[in-house]
Design a binder for this molecule. Structure first.
Ligand SMILES: [Zn+2]
Length: 164
């Protein structure tokens, strides 16, 4: 249902916008294109098997499985692979999808996008801008603030509560 709705309402408009963005990077960008790069063997040592599956193999965690879904404190969501700041708690919202959702990244250089046509869908994949790790996808059915919904895998991130 999500696929159909996305294609019908946003396939042309949303993706054209992203394709024209300066944040767009080539799908075949080599790992060295990112400031933080490790060999596959190194990543396997640095990450838990579940983190590796999502960040390095673009797996998707089970919906409603992430503790970060219910994280409502003020703070920062950083990349579990390289500690790069990705999202602020101020842009987090309840999407009802079962994945931590945000309407904007922390900054212009927090994340990068690539087109993703796997699973028979046209989606925009979101990566950490520092290590290239797969974080999730962005859809344009988000809240009115930006209209975007960054649908993230909680396991790809670590939460850092704001210091009072
Ligand atoms: Zn990263």
């Amino acid at each position: 249902m999500l696929t159909r709705r996305f294609l019908l309402t946003s396939g042309a408009i949303g993706l054209t916008a992203w394709f024209g963005s300066s944040r767009f990077v080539a799908v075949s960008a080599p790992a060295e294109a990112f400031p933080v790069a490790h060999t596959d063997a190194e990543w396997r040592k640095l990450l838990t098997p579940a983190q590796y599956a999502v960040l390095r193999q673009s797996a998707t965690e089970r919906p409603f499985s992430s503790p970060l879904l219910a994280e409502h404190r003020s703070g920062l969501f950083a990349c579990a692979g390289c500690d790069h700041g990705l999202f602020s708690s101020e842009t987090k919202f309840e999407s009802g999808t079962g994945w931590p959702s945000f309407w904007a990244p922390l900054s212009e250089d927090a994340v990068v996008m690539t087109p993703d046509t796997t699973l028979g869908m046209i989606r925009t994949e979101v990566h950490c801008a520092r290590c290239g790790g797969h974080l999730g996808h962005v859809f344009d059915d988000g809240p009115k603030v930006t209209g975007l919904r960054y649908c993230m895998n909680g396991i790809a991130m670590i939460f850092k509560p704001a210091v009072a």
